[in-house]
Design a protein around this ligand. Structure first.
Ligand code: GUN
Length: 296
């Protein structure tokens, strides 16, 4: 079988267009412009690139973007004071504190000081608990993007066997909760899993989120399975820098029914879902119906 390629770049553009339509409607009918505040502490180059890209796309869909760039030696007290100010600012519907934070700052404390209703990353302990108990929450952006692509490809996921490789708080665990919410039979695999190839071979859906270049070879993939590759790994091959996923794309594409490429698969969906979450937060804050097709 030769896999259908799931075009995340095109899908993300479609999601952003849907968000832009809804934002225009919110402005026209309710006089509301959603706002997203992004807080960056320090000068990590990769984080600077992400933050710039987030700001640009926020403005492109018609929302207000507020960027707060703080020095690397900012005290916890000052950072918490800024978050408190954003929590109380009605123009701000979403707050994202870019991770990783410099070592002297307690990441859990900082994330849990964000108003859960504005926690568009879905990392606050309240949102984690709400998702785990099947209640309305803010859902982490990358797993939400994966779920949207799976729903788009399959329609219903009910009864499918899914394996999530990786147990991170940002991707693996919330991904498993979302798949369970859509009635999949879910296995969470990780570095200590016994006979990982055998576990993966049973899955109709494989979500790889471990951050190890090409660790899943094609012969682990069940014929016709759907493969969602969350990994973005920089490697050097033939003297050139290259981005590869956690799945060996070439061999997996020969067996899968559908597969996301790297780059151009899951990656572009993360910011699209951040914008979708900001819109959802703005609708909830104003007692309006949630945007259709943009939530879990
Ligand atoms: N750093 C890399 N990805 C992310 C993300 O999705 N959210 C936050 N807050 N920081 C990140």
């Amino acid at each position: 079988m030769v896999a259908q390629v799931i075009d995340g770049k095109a899908f993300a553009a479609k999601v952003r267009a849907q968000v832009a339509d809804q934002v225009a409607k919110l402005k026209e009918e309710n006089g509301i412009t959603p706002g997203l505040a992004v807080v960056l502490v320090g000068e990590d180059p990769a984080s600077q690139v992400y933050v710039r890209s987030k700001g640009k796309m926020t403005v492109e869909v018609g929302m207000n973007s507020y960027e707060h760039k703080l020095d690397a030696d900012t005290s916890e007290e000052d950072l918490l004071a800024l978050i408190e100010k954003l929590n109380n600012d009605p123009a701000v519907n979403g707050i994202l504190v870019q991770l990783p934070l410099p070592k002297h700052l307690n990441e859990d404390l900082v994330i849990n000081s964000i108003d859960p209703a504005k926690d568009v990353d879905g990392f606050h302990i309240s949102n984690v608990g709400l998702l785990g108990t099947g209640q309305k929450s803010m859902v982490p952006c990358t797993p939400l993007g994966c779920l949207m692509m799976l729903r788009d490809h399959h329609g219903s996921l009910s009864g499918m066997d899914a394996v999530v490789i990786g147990r991170s708080n940002i991707v693996g665990k919330p991904m498993a909760q979302l798949l369970l919410g859509d009635s999949c039979t879910v296995t969470i695999a990780h570095s200590r899993t016994k006979d990982l190839p055998d576990v993966v071979r049973r899955a109709d859906i494989v979500v790889a989120a471990v951050g190890r270049p090409e660790m899943v070879p094609g012969d682990w993939i069940k014929e016709g399975a759907t493969v969602i590759d969350v990994g973005i790994n920089r490697i050097e091959r033939d003297g050139k820098n290259k981005l590869v996923g956690d799945v060996d794309y070439a061999s997996a594409a020969e067996r899968a029914g559908a597969i996301t490429p790297v780059p151009g698969g899951v990656g572009p969906m993360t910011i699209a879902c951040l914008l979708a979450n900001t819109l959802t937060a703005a609708c909830r804050a104003n007692g309006l119906p949630e945007p259709e097709g943009l939530t879990a």
